[in-house]
Design a protein around this ligand. Structure first.
Ligand SMILES: Nc1ncnc2c1ncn2[C@@H]1O[C@H](COP(=O)(O)OP(=O)(O)OP(=O)(O)O)[C@@H](O)[C@H]1O
Ligand SMILES: [Mg+2]
Length: 253
């Protein structure tokens, strides 16, 4: 139990008539990187919001850091941070001011030092005193992730952390995510980029039509479909091949 950061059993959620989550089950090990994949509208953000206590589930159980999200949301909030799908930085403030503000909101000691350390770690020292409105997309995203690390949460949720980033900025974010996990932080991420899941995730789960239809390590998932033979060379399926095969969009050949 203690080595599980997140446990979800039979999770259901509807928005009026729309039954989005129909019984979702998965577990995330402490200190691991877990990637939730799914097409647009599959319900990934809905899962993240329920786990981050921003949205109530209809039924099932969800435990984060050992606490039930429904009955113990305050304890859950103390253990997590969330970087939402859309950047939540304040444009008018500078990068440094954004970080100091969050540290103050969290009643942490020495907000200036916390800001300084994170600016350095995220390569934002030179831009620290410029308004965020002048930052590039990659810089904003880095600041966004830096903000979510104020106060050293044990579990971080990243909802599509690299959407809209150029390849270089994406690789930077991957590096940060790997470092977090190496340091013992649990990372729950959603992504549209299957390569991102291949690169980063210890375990991958595919959400489709309200349920997890496949999950495991990349090599577990590769076993789900037979590898295609190309001439005499055996071709390993990519996560994209597996994804399309399991959601039924393409015949595995
Ligand atoms: N507040 C809401 N009220 C009504 N319907 C909603 C609400 N939030 C989400 N939905 C619907 O629920 C479904 C799942 O949405 P969700 O945002 O969880 O999907 P997603 O997997 O994160 O998609 P994307 O990849 O586009 O971010 C969608 O059909 C969406 O339109
Ligand atoms: Mg989403």
């Amino acid at each position: 139990m203690q080595n599980k950061s997140i446990q979800v059993i039979g999770l259901q959620k509807s928005y009026k008539q729309l039954h989005v989550l129909k019984g979702v089950d998965f577990e995330v090990e402490k200190g691991s990187i877990f990637a939730l994949l799914g097409s647009n509208g599959a319900g990934k953000t809905t899962v993240v919001k329920i786990l981050a206590t921003l949205l109530q589930k209809d039924s099932g159980t969800a435990t984060v850091n050992g606490f039930d999200v429904a009955t113990n949301p305050d304890h859950v909030r103390q253990a997590i941070s969330l970087t939402g799908q859309f950047a939540s930085v304040d444009e008018i403030l500078t990068g440094r001011e954004n970080l100091i503000m969050i540290a103050k909101l969290r009643y942490l000691h020495n907000p200036r030092q916390i800001a300084e350390d994170l600016l350095q770690r995220f390569g934002l020292t030179d831009a620290a005193d410029r308004r965020v409105s002048t930052y590039s997309g990659g810089m904003r995203r880095r600041l966004d992730i830096a903000l979510s690390l104020v106060g050293k949460p044990q579990i971080i949720f990243l909802d599509e952390p690299t959407t809209g980033l150029d390849p270089e900025a994406r690789i930077e974010v991957w590096k940060i995510v790997k470092e977090l996990s190496d340091g013992g932080t649990t990372v729950f991420l959603t992504t549209q980029y299957l390569e991102e899941a291949e690169q980063l995730a210890d375990r991958i789960a595919i959400l489709h039509e309200g349920r997890i239809i496949a999950s495991g390590t990349l090599s577990d998932l590769k076993k789900l479909i037979p590898s295609a033979k190309v001439e005499y060379v055996e071709k390993q399926p990519t996560l994209e091949d597996i994804f399309l095969a399991v959601i039924g969009k393409k015949e595995a050949n």
